[in-house]
Design a protein around this ligand. Structure first.
Ligand code: THU
Length: 127
């Protein structure tokens, strides 16, 4: 298991997911090697829920990080859990074509790049 994957699995323990019970963790390594973690945080109105990836990215940005190496995303599902559409957009805008490591606590993992999941992005260059 990639060490960043282990950190994402640990971050998942902090998930606040009383409604879906689907816990997700993320670990984002910035260019200096610092790791910013995230977990999903649900809300009783459901729609205000924020995913693990966006928590990690926004935490990192709020602490001054601007360049990123890779991100690991952990959930416990038979099929590895890729980032949702909203998170793909946020990842693209803040991290570019970042390496993504999907993991689960069962020991499975798969590595890809964001361009594989998000091939034709809308971003600042589109304006
Ligand atoms: N979730 C994430 O945190 N990341 C994803 O990429 C997919 C979905 C969360 C949102 C919600 O709390 C729960 O998983 C079920 O959708």
């Amino acid at each position: 298991m990639h060490p960043l994957g282990e950190i994402a699995i640990a971050a998942r323990e902090h998930a606040h997911a009383p409604f879906s019970k689907f816990r997700v963790g993320a670990a984002l390594a910035d260019s200096s090697g610092r790791i910013h973690t995230g977990c999903n945080v649900e809300n009783a109105t459901y729609g205000l829920t924020i995913c693990a990836v966006r928590v990690a990215v926004f935490k990192a940005i709020s602490e001054g990080a601007r360049k990123f190496q890779r991100i690991a995303i952990a959930a416990d599902a038979e099929k590895l859990t890729p980032p949702c559409g909203a998170c793909r957009q946020i990842l693209w805008e803040f991290c570019g074509d970042i390496e993504i490591i999907l993991v689960n606590p069962r020991g499975n993992s798969e590595t890809m790049h964001l361009r594989d999941l998000f091939p034709r992005p809308f971003d600042a260059h589109s304006l």
